[in-house]
Design a protein around this ligand. Structure first.
Ligand code: MSP
Length: 513
């Protein structure tokens, strides 16, 4: 079995500082990356910034800066955010880096050599905000302004000499590919959208611009700048040092296991990107997952709409893991989700403070008082204990396959119900009434501690920092978190001292005014 896992986020435009939508894509990708790493996969997790094109050039002009200086500054805020979000990314790529430029120009030459690129003239609608071309039927006029129907962003008319990619040639091979790789586009609802777009007929795609300079020049035709999406998508290859196919990174991690993106950029990833790769004779990625949007009211949260929630402010107020947990749980994965501070506070109080935090504190306090602060040595499991312990072993393969289907909702429901069950077990077993039966008391304590350990392993991909705090009870460190050990019901070392831990989550006092 292939135990390598390559996951990517979209690379973000450094046109303004990051917002909650960007944080969301990154946190979800981190969740999958961490899950796979505790399941013993070698993980390559890539994120970064998409720095070329007219959108960035204009943003830099507006800020009165040179594009490179402008990108350096804002790209840094994205890199800082990846640290603030505690992402486990292996790499952070910037499209202004030399390693990337080389790969893009190589890919271009390959497409040209295979006769997939030709010179002609383009005239049509272009949205700088989306960096996308639109057909007449994808445009509407509101108050005298032309806008793209799907994104609502303004479009402008452009006419210039341009290189074209023979996208039309790849219409049939793409449809055949979707047919024989039914999991390539997820979720299914989005797959249908893409297929009907391709079936409606693909026109050749303009892949160079002449009227601005901020980008990667076309090899041997320096007055043309490579279309920013052809440039940006190639980051997934340049991070692995493609075309140096002797290098281990490319051989080990390509094809990507999953490109995680927002649904707004599905067409680029599920149509253009595979077409470029087919034309260049490079294996296609295994999956493109288009997640939903974080909404503010009914609208997509975005800078141009001025309705952004700043992830840093939320983290400052509630802590990172509260935000991670909330986004992963409450935004049903694949769908759009509205976020509110009230729901976030409810989540912290009920799931994190009451359910998880309380379970950990209770069992630690009880062990200190009744078991000399040690993991009990003499134990004898009864049916009740084995029933709750064995559940984890029984569900392990199921959990793995749900994650391979990106069913995060299943995963989080599994954790929440396990927490309820664990608290209920401790209450129902009433160890405080077993002071005359030390063997039984010990066994209940051991079982509960073992469950705390198991749940802390499972919750690690969601709230890594808190999971590690909880695992300090047992002195378990990050490299020792292995999913496989969920099958072991006697993993925690009998006789070891347990450690007191700080409160994991403070309850938020609700103001009911
Ligand atoms: N630079 C391109 C991507 C190139 S990938 C080869 C781009 N950048 S972006 O900064 O505009 O947005 C990137 C991604 O951020 C979106 O696809 C999506 O994953 C995420 N989000 C941006 N706004 C969002 C929401 N309001 N909600 C959820 N995610 C959103 O497009």
């Amino acid at each position: 079995m292939d135990k390598n896992f390559y996951i990517t986020t979209p690379i973000y435009y450094p046109s303004a500082k990051p917002h909650m939508g960007h944080a969301y894509s990154s946190i979800i990708a981190d969740f999958f990356a961490r899950f796979k790493s505790i399941d013993d996969f070698d993980v390559y997790f890539l994120t970064g910034t998409d720095e070329h094109g007219l959108k960035i050039q204009r943003s830099a002009e507006k800020a009165g800066k040179e594009p490179q200086e402008f990108c350096d500054e804002i790209s840094k805020t994205f890199r800082d955010l990846s640290k603030t979000l505690n992402l486990s990314n292996t790499d952070f790529i910037r499209t202004t880096e030399e390693r990337h430029k080389k790969t893009v120009q190589y890919l271009w030459s390959k497409l040209e050599k295979n006769d997939d690129i030709y010179l002609s003239n383009y005239s049509g609608w272009y949205s700088v905000s989306d960096e996308a071309f639109y057909n007449e039927d994808e445009i509407e006029e509101i108050n005298g302004n032309k806008i793209a129907i799907t994104s609502k962003s303004p479009v402008e008319w452009i006419e210039e000499e341009s290189f074209f990619f023979r996208l039309s040639k790849w219409e049939k091979p793409l449809l055949e590919f979707y047919e024989s790789n039914p999991d390539f586009i997820s979720p299914v609802s989005r797959k249908n959208e893409v297929i009907s777009f391709v079936k409606s007929g693909l026109k050749d795609l303009s892949v160079s611009r002449k009227t601005f300079s901020w980008g990667i020049p076309v090899p041997n035709k320096k007055d043309h700048i490579i279309y920013v999406w052809l440039d940006a998508l190639t980051n997934y290859l340049s991070a692995l040092n493609y075309p140096d196919t002797k290098n281990t990174l490319f051989n080990k991690f390509w094809p990507a296991s999953i490109h995680l993106i927002g649904k707004d950029i599905l067409r680029f990833h599920a149509v253009y990107w595979p077409a470029f790769l087919l034309a260049a004779n490079v294996t296609l990625p295994k999956k493109v997952y288009g997640h939903g949007w974080i909404l503010s009211g009914d609208e997509k949260m975005s800078k141009s709409k001025g309705n952004i929630l700043d992830p840093l402010e939320i983290i400052e107020k509630y802590g990172l893991d509260s935000l991670r947990y909330y986004l992963i749980k409450e935004v049903s994965f694949g769908n759009d989700g509205n976020i509110s501070q009230e729901r976030l506070e409810n989540c912290i109080n009920s799931d994190l403070a009451n359910n998880y935090g309380n379970l950990c504190q209770r069992v630690v306090a009880f062990t200190i008082k009744n078991c000399e602060g040690k993991i009990p040595s003499k134990i004898k499991f009864l049916e009740d204990d084995l029933k709750i312990l064995n559940k984890y072993k029984k569900n392990l393969d199921n959990i793995r396959s749900k994650i391979d289907e990106q069913n995060i909702n299943f995963y989080i429901d599994y954790i929440v119900s396990s927490l309820f069950e664990a608290n209920k077990y401790f209450n129902d077993q009433e160890p405080w009434k077993k002071k005359n039966d030390q063997l039984r008391l010990n066994t209940i304590v051991y079982t509960t501690l073992e469950i705390v350990r198991k749940i802390s392993f499972l919750i690690y991909p969601i709230i890594p920092e808190t999971s590690l705090k909880a695992l300090k009870i047992f002195n378990i460190l990050e490299p020792n978190i292995k999913l496989e050990t969920l099958s072991n019901n006697e993993y925690i070392q009998k006789g070891n001292i347990i450690n007191k831990i700080d409160i994991l989550f403070k309850k938020i006092e609700k103001n009911n005014d």
